[in-house]
Design a binder for this molecule. Structure first.
Ligand SMILES: Nc1ncnc2c1ncn2[C@@H]1O[C@H](COP(=O)(O)OP(=O)(O)O)[C@@H](O)[C@H]1O
Ligand SMILES: [Mg+2]
Length: 482
């Protein structure tokens, strides 16, 4: 595409095209590059294009430096697929100005929300922290340390002026633990940088955990954990000073929240949360244990939904990415006592998974099953291969107020193939269990059958908020007295 006969482009003017992409505007500037909003006419979607500045490439010393940033992101094309990570679609090694094409995030970075006059509720900060921790955990499992976690590299998705989601961006500094032989030291932004990163030590996930802790600190307190005019003073503080507890800088910060943030900011990596899973759990436990004031946000938080689904047997085989798809795509509903999820004879269009509470199944007026958290209902009619089998054969009525998530064929069609596959597997498990129970019922007509014998012996478990549980649902099937 580039023509070496034409003079270098005017840097301030908006280019009309970058490769095949129609440029619509400018989104932001980083240290190394400019980011444009553009349209992909072939796939009919907006994209963000990050292009290394031509001026930067003129200097051979800098050019080598920037080539590394480009290569780091180019290596990730199509690789990072997580709802809270900006997806990298393409990398074009244009000789004049190489560029990266990525998912466009409608919103802004987290920078404005660190300003003392724009601080967000503690509930939202913890929720966003949980999502970032889960996303960076996914990134780490891909073998990557981000190394530049800071507010300017976290995009906030906005809807109606409120933050609804976050996405991690800018993998230009990412260290690939599996393939990078040499580390380029001292990348990252000082205010959020861990002591070991200043040292140039070998880094692991705990360096990013520190940086995310510093970002959350800033979003809570309106100032970063360490602040100094002179770089040397700042470095000295990062090494030696204990940060002021966030509770001293903002009202309503509980001791629990103080501990989680200060834990991430420990000087020595071994004194921090041991990994992303632990940091994420500590953050979600703050919400579950009511250690952050609730109420500003409408309804149930995504993190609570995620944690709830993680505890259900039905979703045991789902990975984090697929579980987030379920959180976002499912239809979440609350049902009161006595509500009929299905009536006998109705055509089955949807299935429900009971997330909390309890439903009872009635056949000819007799209760035949009680289904609690983690069981699916309506899937038989939903999966039916022919129209005559597609009618519900029983009434399903709420016996304890419950939360269900439901899917229709249309909404299930929107989830990715991996997620669909996990649903299929989960359904097969459910169907085999039902078939087994039915066989037992036929073989021993007078016995009360319990399809899951463990359910009889296990004392009712106390639910431990914030802990990942995986209980098998007690599925009790009794024969009708006749
Ligand atoms: N996917 C995106 N969608 C919208 N804006 C973005 C996106 N990625 C980056 N930006 C904007 O561009 C700025 C610079 O992008 P970044 O990838 O951080 O570049 P750099 O490596 O130069 O720091 C960000 O701070 C943000 O304002
Ligand atoms: Mg950046």
């Amino acid at each position: 595409m580039s023509n070496t006969n034409i003079p270098a482009p005017d840097l301030d003017a908006l280019p009309e095209l970058i490769g095949k992409y129609r440029v619509l505007g400018r989104l932001g500037e980083g240290a190394t590059s400019e980011v444009f909003l553009a349209h992909d006419d072939f796939l009919d979607r907006k994209v963000a294009i990050k292009r290394v500045r031509a001026s930067a490439l003129a200097d051979t010393q800098d050019a080598r430096y920037y080539a590394r940033f480009f290569a780091a992101e180019a290596a990730l094309v199509g690789r990072l697929q997580h709802p809270n990570v900006v997806q990298i679609y393409d990398a074009v090694a244009d000789p004049l100005a190489p560029y990266i094409v990525m998912e466009y995030v409608e919103g802004s970075t987290l920078r404005p929300y660190c300003r003392a006059d724009q601080l967000q509720s503690l509930e939202l900060v913890v929720e966003l922290g949980f999502k970032c921790a889960m996303a960076l955990g996914y990134v780490y499992r891909q073998g990557l340390v981000h190394r530049d976690v800071k507010p300017a590299n976290i995009m906030a998705v906005l809807a109606g002026g409120s933050i609804t989601d976050v996405k991690i961006t800018d993998f230009g500094s990412a260290l690939n633990m599996r393939s990078d032989v040499t580390q380029v030291y001292r990348v990252g932004s000082l205010a959020y940088m861990s002591p070991e990163q200043l040292d140039g030590s070998v880094l692991d996930s705990r360096a990013d955990i520190y940086s995310l802790g510093a970002v959350l600190y800033h979003m809570i307190a309106g100032r970063p954990p360490f602040d100094a005019q002179e770089q040397a003073a700042l470095v000295n503080q990062i090494y030696h000073r204990e940060p002021t507890p966030p509770s001293a800088l903002r009202a309503n910060v509980s001791p629990g929240l103080d501990a989680v943030i200060l834990g991430a900011l420990a000087k020595r990596p071994e004194d921090r949360h041991a990994g992303w899973e632990e940091f994420a759990q500590a953050l979600s436990a703050l919400i579950a244990n009511h250690e952050v004031p609730r109420g500003q946000l409408q309804g149930v938080l995504d993190s609570e939904r995620f944690t709830l689904l993680r505890s259900l047997e039905f979703f045991a085989s789902f990975g984090d990415v697929e579980l987030w798809e379920v959180v976002h795509r499912a239809n979440w509903q609350r049902h009161g006592f006595g509500h009929a999820l299905y009536r006998r004879g109705e055509e089955g269009r949807s299935f429900h998974i009971v997330a909390q509470g309890e439903v009872e199944v009635y056949r000819d007026g007799n209760k035949v099953a009680t289904l609690a958290g983690g069981t699916s209902v309506g899937e038989m009619a939903y999966l039916a291969p022919s129209p005559d089998l597609r009618r519900h054969s029983a009434d399903v009525v709420v016996s304890k107020p419950c939360t269900t998530i439901s899917f229709t064929p249309e909404t299930l069609a929107q989830v990715g193939p991996a997620c669909r596959h996990h649903f299929d597997e989960a359904f097969i498990r459910v169907l085999v269990r039902r078939l087994h129970a039915a066989h037992e019922a036929l073989a021993h007509p007078r016995r009360i059958l319990v399809s899951d014998p463990l359910a009889v012996w296990r004392p009712p478990r106390e639910t431990v908020p914030g802990r990942w549980r995986c209980n098998r649902p007690p599925l009790v099937i009794t024969r009708s007295p006749r």
